[in-house]
Design a protein around this ligand. Structure first.
Ligand SMILES: Cc1cc2nc3c(=O)[nH]c(=O)nc-3n(C[C@H](O)[C@H](O)[C@H](O)COP(=O)(O)OP(=O)(O)OC[C@H]3O[C@@H](n4cnc5c(N)ncnc54)[C@H](O)[C@@H]3O)c2cc1C
Length: 290
């Protein structure tokens, strides 16, 4: 399987990737494979599968990644977090993942299990993704490693500047590329990118993009991820809140425009958070590829 860093290092055209969630039901499993099949028609450069909060999908994530790899030629990446495992367990799990031929890993600190407020380090485990990534490198586990980054700062960080200083340590520990939290203001991403480059981070920084598919998502993204929105977008979408087709059209237009501007800024690719829905991600990439 190709390493994702090789794709960013060699492809001249934008790199398009999709992120999927491990489903919770057998029907969800079937739907996810249908989604992957449909999205395969726009030739993704790679796809990733998340690791449920609290490590709840440990085996499922690997199972899905393995199944996608068996059926499609594009590379895959397994997400992995520090939650709920000490370093010996992490070593064993990662060796298991590597033995299945998976070479790409999104290495994250992780969020606590549902209902638990704050992230707590597992005794004998890791405090943040930097410690996890240093460990993977010291164990010579030969993964291409992606990390998360936060254009509007990570909620635990005191300031964006502090967060970016921590990000530099994460990259120096051996991160090959970064994928951002979702955001809706390109000026925010541009400001973040300037800070990132100023501290000497040189790896690809990929915008993570999620199309809005319902008006209620806006409040959720604000609360969960601290996202800011252009007021014109909110007005536009509110006007058609109860007209699904027009809502979809306006939201799609916004996302395509957002991606085009980012590509003009020189980002090497776009990572789409699909939430296992085909439509929007498919339409966006088809539009962008012209
Ligand atoms: C692209 C992407 C994919 C994701 N996939 C998943 C997933 O599959 N499963 C899941 O559970 N969650 C996932 N998340 C969510 C992520 O786990 C949470 O946002 C988590 O709170 C932070 O993880 P991280 O690895 O990005 O952060 P870290 O890089 O570990 O940073 C977390 C906090 O610690 C601080 N910090 C970092 N290093 C230091 C240091 N050396 N000293 C002091 N403070 C430090 C940072 O400033 C930040 O505030 C994903 C997020 C992104 C952006």
């Amino acid at each position: 399987m190709k390493k994702i860093s090789e794709i960013y290092g060699s492809k001249k055209e934008p790199v398009y990737s999709f992120e999927f969630l491990p489903p919770k039901t057998p029907e969800g499993d079937v739907k996810l494979m249908e989604t992957v099949k449909e999205l395969s028609q726009v030739n993704p450069d790679f796809v990733t599968v998340t690791y449920g909060a609290g490590g709840s999908t440990r085996d499922k994530t690997v199972q899905i990644v393995t199944e996608i790899s068996k059926n499609y030629s594009f590379p895959t990446a397994s997400h992995f977090t520090c939650v709920g495992a000490d370093r010996d367990q992490i070593r064993e799990i990662l060796k298991g993942i590597r033995s299945k031929g998976i070479v790409n890993l999104m290495a994250l600190r992780g969020d606590p299990p549902r209902g638990e407020g704050e992230f707590k380090k597992t005794p004998g485990g890791f405090e943040n993704a930097t410690e996890l990534i240093s460990f993977i490198r010291s164990e010579k586990l030969d993964f291409c490693i992606g990390g998360g980054c936060y254009p509007e700062k990570h909620p635990n960080a005191k300031s964006l500047e502090e967060d970016v200083r921590h990000l530099k340590l994460k990259v120096d520990a051996g991160t090959d590329f970064l994928v951002s939290q979702l955001f809706f203001m390109n000026s925010t991403f541009e400001n973040f990118l300037n800070l990132v480059r100023k501290v000497g981070i040189r790896v690809p920084v990929i915008p993570g993009i999620m199309p809005i598919t319902s008006f209620s998502q806006i409040e959720r993204f604000r609360t969960l991820a601290g996202c800011e929105f252009p007021s014109s977008l909110i007005e536009d979408l509110q006007e058609v809140e109860h007209r699904p087709e027009e809502f979809y059209r306006r939201s799609l237009n916004f996302t395509v425009k957002q991606c085009r501007e980012l590509l003009e800024m020189g980002v090497p690719g776009i990572h789409l958070y699909t939430l296992n829905q085909t439509h929007a991600s498919y339409d966006i990439v088809r539009e962008l590829k012209g």
